[in-house]
Design a protein around this ligand. Structure first.
Ligand code: AMP
Ligand code: MG
Length: 400
């Protein structure tokens, strides 16, 4: 059996990064830059005031205090958005607003709160250092500087920066469209009364939400019955209209597990027994350059295998370079024994205080017990064949 790390690395090595496209600044959040961005202009474009106050020559207000203020004559008022018209000479000041251009001659700004203006004179009650409260040309970003590299994930700060850089459009990697199909004769749609032997289909919905959460674009392809010809027809239709395919169920050793034989015909598909619980049987392959993920049908397995395998793959397709969630150590609050020869990804409530995390499992952990994930905010990794006591630490990661 393959280890999770080996299986994931082998799989990721074959995952293609998608092509790029131009997107508008208001429609690029969550995408990944496919180009490096350099500043064509200085930010800020001119020296300006960081405060509402008075632009002065610092030398004029040395060693002043409430008892011993400097008195300067005010030559003009400079509002944000307007250029100064006068130079500030010795003994002079200019009233200035935040973001307004510094006048020539002045080298610092005294904040309004430590001044008193009467008519055209201002008393300065505190001294300032040279350059104080001045924001200099290019201090945030200088012309020519690379501001964001290829591979940068565009979050709200990056979107604001694009505007600062005068970039209404950027080149980003496409987000993968991902077709999702559930298989199984026992599965019923929402709203229909349950018939004997049938259950509600839930994996497709969970996977749909996971694809969205991973930054992909889900395409719902419905439920395929346990019928080989029908499975093949639906899988092919799904592949034709997507960048990747996720199927749920039918990859185990059951009599009606036709998914395997169909996947084999679609492309180069490997059937992996990954040494993990939940989720041992799974299929992974490529058809015409498009990844195919055959996930196990048990609801917990489906969600966990997506999280550990499919999510990093979709991130790679979308141009991300950070593919895995960060892991950290958490301290057990209960003893745990894993008699299995497979790593057990247990669902847990991770609680953090003072930089320390504790982990408590969410009750019964069967791969059909979806509620164990509903109660959890993370996964803990219990290595094969170990007994761990209260106070021992395990690897943990947050989910979603
Ligand atoms: P399979 O992998 O097809 O053998 O299914 C394993 C278990 O998961 C069975 O109990 C199925 O009924 C259940 N199952 C399979 N697909 C789904 C689904 N889409 N939604 C909910 N349960 C499912
Ligand atoms: Mg099935």
């Amino acid at each position: 059996m393959l280890s999770v790390e080996d299986a994931r690395q082998q799989m990721l090595n074959t995952i293609p990064v998608l092509s790029s496209e131009k997107r508008g600044i208001l429609d690029c959040t969550g995408y990944v830059l496919a180009e490096g961005l350099h500043a064509a202009e200085n930010i800020p474009p001119f020296d300006n005031s960081a405060m509402d106050g008075y632009a002065v020559r610092a030398a004029d207000v040395k060693n002043v205090s409430k008892e011993n203020p400097a008195v300067l004559s005010v030559v003009e008022m400079i509002a944000a958005g307007y250029a100064p018209t006068k130079q500030v000479m010795a003994g002079q000041a200019a009233r200035i607003m935040t973001g307004a251009m510094m006048p020539e001659g002045a080298d610092a700004v005294v904040m309004q709160e430590v001044t008193q203006q009467v008519d055209n004179e201002v008393k300065i009650l505190e001294s300032v250092d040279n350059s104080e409260n001045v924001r200099f040309t290019g201090e945030s970003v200088a012309t020519g500087q690379q501001v964001m590299g290829k591979g940068k994930h565009l979050r709200p700060p990056e979107v604001a920066m694009l505007a600062s850089l005068n970039r209404p459009e950027v080149t980003v990697y496409r987000k993968p469209t991902v077709a999702i199909i559930a298989t199984g004769d026992e599965l019923m749609l929402l709203g229909e009364p349950l018939e004997p032997g049938k259950i509600r289909e839930s994996n497709r919905y969970g996977l749909y939400a996971q694809v969205e959460e991973a930054g992909g674009i889900p395409i719902d392809m419905g439920i395929a019955p346990d019928d080989e010809a029908e499975i093949e027809r639906i899988f092919r239709a799904a592949l034709a209209k997507s960048d990747a395919l996720i199927t749920s169920g039918g990859v185990s050793v059951g009599e009606h597990d036709f998914v395997k034989s169909v996947l084999e015909r679609l492309g180069e598909v490997n059937f992996w027994r990954v040494a993990m619980k939940p989720g041992k049987p799974q299929a992974y392959g490529i058809s015409d350059g498009k990844p195919i993920f055959g996930l196990p049908g048990n609801p917990v397995s489906s969600l966990v295998v997506f999280e550990l395998f499919v999510r990093p793959a979709l991130l790679k397709m979308a141009g991300h370079t950070e593919l895995l969630r960060p892991t950290f150590k958490a301290t057990l609050t209960e003893p745990i024994t894993n008699r299995d020869g497979r790593v057990n990804y247990m669902r847990a409530i991770l609680t953090g205080a003072n930089g320390q995390y504790t982990a408590e499992t969410t009750g019964p952990q069967g791969s059909g017990i979806l509620h164990s994930l509903v109660l959890a905010n993370g996964l803990i990794t219990i290595p094969a064949g170990v007994t761990l006591g209260v106070g021992e630490t395990v690897d943990a990661q947050f989910l979603f």
